[in-house]
Ligand binder design. Structure first.
Ligand code: SF4
Length: 615
């Protein structure tokens, strides 16, 4: 059956934990994880709810393949209404926490209300308790994990927690699990903090039972792993260089946003690339990279374990950061690096560690620093206001600002608002490189046109993981399209968005799609789950999820005007590289996209579209 058919409802106001059956009719329509949890959120919350109020809900959910033998089947999501964007938020994380939830017998945990005091949820198979977290409040994510494991005398407990950023309402606070994995985007950690929920600790010993057709499932998952093992990206590129393998590739094609998107190529990209992680440092003769790492059940292992140079200014007096830690991934290396013009790999690793330790999204944090550096460069913000000489390229400023933001000190509080609110406060809202309030990831849409449309129309604000047309426009997966043209991008973006809805809802990692198409995933779902999970049905499920999220956002107050890019990307042409002279063609692509989606020119799903999708 794929699902455990059990939901835990935690009412934090009343302090109760109540099991209930999973709504199987909804599971049949939305599969699991992102799709199913979003359906619960849509049904149970007012779209206009204040994200940080007790009336908002936060749902942690697994998919039917989470915890199984499917490669990368360790994913879980956090679904809520996001404070950064004021629309639906769904943040996805790997590691081992999701599989543990499944092993404990649960598909989903719904948190509602607000606890009168800090608590953590302790879940051991069927036993669910809210425990006092007064002694954990104020601790980092790393300290929280260590303390909870020691309290329960069990090193195998899996924990998701918030750090100071979530406690202090940083708008892009993350929920961190397994020390270095995070449900990072849209501020889901701030929602958790607003509920006085410090952590969720799970110990599950029941395994995963109920796979519908076990021999067929083993055959399908084995075949899937073979495809991953024979693909150059998933068997060589990602394990060897991690996602950072993209740094030089994207820079060469003139699509690496640099200095708050003023430039599209970074002259020091090579210094912060996946290749640079393998080079021996002149200072200590060691490589930055120590090993690669995998999330639960993953046969790709793109994760990075690395070590900072102990003599680097950021850590020379802080031996707690001398050990090996997680990172860097491409997005973090870009946001902390090129986005600010910083080419100091050790500084990026330090800033990334602090983001993990204190629970912050490094993409939104780094991009917000980039916006602050531009305000500084323009003379709108002074050194006295920021507390540091925040010129583009300053590794010292980056390290200082990450500490200030993590600890909620001085100008760090303003950085914690995110770039849209911060830039608006200083009268230059157009300098926020964001959509729906969420900062862009690491692809400049003047050089990869389809990504501009994907960002503008993403239901959770600017995001590469809702429609990763980079696969097609850059890597030729599954077919090569020209990154510099707008033609055909409406269809391409829709196809990626709908397919990603299925991947996310199954409980597997989107990086499989460098090698897998839905045709590789479908037999795994079909063998695991009761019912019909044909290709046609999966296509419909993906499209249904997208339109359901859209309907929620429209009801929350969003409209077509929010499906847009900052003026810089529409008016200021790329200065160098293959895209030199180009701006993004969003105004041409958006009407085409609405048409392909079966939406009105105002971006509202037509009644015939809703009827076809059963919405
Ligand atoms: S590909 Fe990377 S992020 Fe995805 S599950 Fe594997 S290790 Fe985790």
């Amino acid at each position: 059956m794929g699902w455990n058919r059990k939901v835990l409802r935690v009412n934090l106001t009343a302090g109760t934990c109540t099991p209930e059956p999973l709504n199987m009719a909804w599971a049949n329509d939305y599969l699991g994880s992102r799709g199913l949890a979003s359906k619960y959120l849509v049904e149970e919350t007012d779209p206009k709810v204040d994200p940080l109020s007790p009336e908002n809900k936060m749902i942690m959910a697994t998919g039917p393949l989470t915890g199984t033998m499917a490669s990368t089947g360790g994913r879980y999501v956090v679904v809520t209404k996001g404070p950064l964007t004021n629309v639906i938020a769904c943040s996805n994380s790997g590691g081992y926490f999701g599989a543990e939830m499944k092993f404990a017998g649960w598909d989903m945990i719904i948190f509602e209300g607000k606890s009168p005091k800090p608590v953590y949820l302790y879940l051991e198979n069927d036993k669910a308790e809210l425990r006092d977290a007064a002694h954990l409040w104020g601790k980092t994510c790393w300290e929280t994990e260590e303390t909870i494991k020691a309290t329960h005398q069990d090193p195998l407990i899996r924990i998701s927690s918030i750090g100071g950023a979530g406690e202090n309402g940083v708008y892009y606070a993350a929920i961190v699990n397994d020390l270095h994995r995070a449900a990072g985007r849209s501020g889901v950690g701030a929602v958790m903090g607003s509920k006085n929920l410090k952590a969720v600790a799970i110990r599950g010993t029941q395994g995963v039972s109920g796979i519908k057709d076990f021999p067929a499932f083993m055959a399908a998952t084995t075949a899937g792993k073979k495809v991953l093992a024979e693909n150059a990206v998933t068997s060589q590129g990602l394990p060897t260089y991690g996602t950072q393998v993209l740094m030089n590739v994207i820079n060469e094609m003139g699509a690496l946003p640099t200095r708050n998107h003023r430039d599209v190529q970074f002259e020091e990209a090579g210094k912060i690339s996946g290749e640079a992680m393998h080079e021996k440092r002149p200072t200590d003769g060691k490589t930055h990279l120590v090993a690669n790492a995998a999330c639960f059940g993953c046969t790709i292992a793109c994760g990075r374990i690395s070590r900072i140079d102990e003599t680097h200014f950021s850590v020379k007096n802080s031996p707690q950061y001398w050990g090996a830690g997680g990172g860097l991934e491409y997005e973090a290396a870009w946001a902390l690096g090129a986005a600010n013009g910083v080419g100091d790999l050790e500084a990026l690793q330090y800033a990334n560690l602090l983001c993990n330790e204190h629970g912050m999204d490094p993409i939104s944090f780094g991009a917000t620093v980039g916006a602050a550096m531009e305000l500084y460069d323009l003379g709108i913000l002074s050194k006295e206001q920021i507390g540091v000489d925040a010129r583009f390229g300053s590794a010292e400023a980056l390290c200082k600002l990450v500490e200030m933001t993590a600890h909620g000190e001085g100008f760090g509080k303003e950085l914690g608002l995110g770039s849209a609110r911060m830039c608006a406060k200083y009268g230059r809202p157009e300098l926020s490189m964001s959509v729906k309030g969420q900062e862009f990831p690491a692809y400049d849409s003047r050089g990869i046109q389809g990504m501009g449309l994907a960002y503008a129309t993403s239901n959770r604000g600017a995001c590469h993981l809702r429609g990763y047309t980079v696969a097609s426009e850059v890597l030729g997966i599954p077919v090569k399209t020209d990154p510099l043209v707008t033609e055909g991008k409406a269809d391409l973006v829709k196809a990626f968005q709908d397919a990603t809805g299925v991947v996310d809802s199954a409980g597997i990692c989107v990086f499989t799609t460098f090698a897998w198409t839905l045709a590789d995933i479908q037999p795994q779902i079909q063998a695991a789950c009761e019912g019909d999970w044909s290709m046609d049905k999966l296509a419909l499920v993906g499209e249904r999820i997208w339109n359901m999220e859209r309907q929620y956002n429209l009801a929350a107050g969003m409209s077509a005007k929010d499906d847009d890019l900052p003026p810089r990307l529409k008016n200021e042409a790329a200065k160098t590289g293959p895209a030199k002279g180009l701006v993004n063609g969003i105004d041409k692509m958006r009407p085409e996209y609405y048409k392909v989606r079966g939406w009105t020119p105002e971006g509202v799903p037509e009644s015939s579209t809703l009827e076809r999708l059963g919405l």
